[in-house]
Design a protein around this ligand. Structure first.
Ligand code: GLU
Ligand code: ZN
Length: 301
């Protein structure tokens, strides 16, 4: 079962949670550095969790490549790296617990059917009592969250269909869904602050609801502006973002620091990575970060 809340609630614990579906690119460096600096500037701990729950998307060796890249960039983590793939029985326990409270039901709607019914899941299978085997499992949404305060984005409003949806916690293929496991992992690792990309802004509402459902205090959230290659187009593995250079971490680090609202002085260009990070920890503030990227990547780096 989940471990009880720690008594030293006050101490900052942040994390970086990459999916090992490829090497780190500039967008993931911004998330790594943003979460690292936020933690270290509060004398906090910074943990790394490999989010390898979605096994079909996992690329062999990407986890160790990511960890080596973090080290080359001077981003040294505290505590042991956690792998979601080794936590199946914990997820299973929580599923059983939710199930015993009548909160889980099976759904056999296909993507196509949902599209035909208006593009979002309308709790269609709630009362159908379908068998669990070979179906997706959904959680009854008893704690809808339709707005929250983000430390960078300010007041965030969530569309009703997302806030109220009975979302999938276990997929038809038997894999646990990100929405469920991210919360269970953040609880188990006693995460107090989450700093990550703004592509996860809407899922945050569900995560906040799940913390309530499980009677745990949620972390505070800060969503960084997304790195875009051109206005509106997110830099991602899907659009072939290049890997950052493990041999030469300084140019990408300085560009990422500027992206995070810092103005590294010229003499840092010839400093080593550890000194650059020391300067960045002392200079970092969430207040300096803008809500959206001011420039596309090509102008920044
Ligand atoms: N694994 C997710 C990703 O790579 C991040 C999840 C999170 O930070 O909550 O996009
Ligand atoms: Zn259904």
């Amino acid at each position: 079962m989940l471990t009880p809340a720690l008594s030293n609630q006050g101490s900052y614990r942040g994390r970086f949670a990459p999916s090992p579906s490829g090497p780190l690119h500039f967008g993931s460096l911004v998330a790594a550095l943003g979460s690292f600096l936020a933690a270290k500037s509060q004398q906090g701990k910074w943990l790394v969790r490999i989010e390898d729950i979605d096994t079909p998307r996992v690329v062999q060796g990407a986890d160790s490549d990511i960890l080596h890249t973090l080290e080359a960039y001077g981003l040294h983590w505290d505590e042991t790296v956690v792998y979601q793939s080794q936590r199946h029985s914990i997820y299973q326990d929580v599923q059983n617990h939710l199930q015993s409270q009548g909160l889980v039901y099976a759904c056999q709607c296909t993507r196509k059917e949902i599209k035909q019914r208006g593009g979002f899941y309308d709790n269609h299978c709630r009362a159908l009592n379908l068998p669990f085997a070979n179906n997706a499992l959904r959680l009854r949404q008893n704690f809808p969250v339709d707005s929250f305060t983000d430390q960078i984005q300010g007041q965030v409003h969530i569309p009703r269909n997302i806030a109220w949806e009975d979302y999938i916690i276990k997929r038809r293929d038997g894999l646990y869904a990100y929405q469920l496991v991210v919360v269970l992992d953040d609880i188990d690792q006693h995460i107090t602050h989450v700093v990550r990309g703004a592509d996860l802004l809407e899922p945050t509402a569900r995560q906040l609801g799940l913390f309530k459902q499980l009677k745990h205090t949620a972390p505070r959230y800060a969503h960084l502006p997304l790195v875009v290659t051109e206005p509106g187009l997110k830099l991602s593995k899907q659009n072939h973002a290049p890997a950052i250079d493990k041999q030469n971490p300084i140019p990408a680090t300085l560009a990422a620091l500027r992206f995070l609202g810092l103005l590294p002085p010229k003499d840092l260009n010839s400093a080593d990575i550890e000194d650059i990070l020391k300067w960045a920890i002392a200079s970092f503030s969430l207040q300096k970060i803008s809500k959206v990227a001011e420039k596309p990547l090509s102008d920044a780096y």
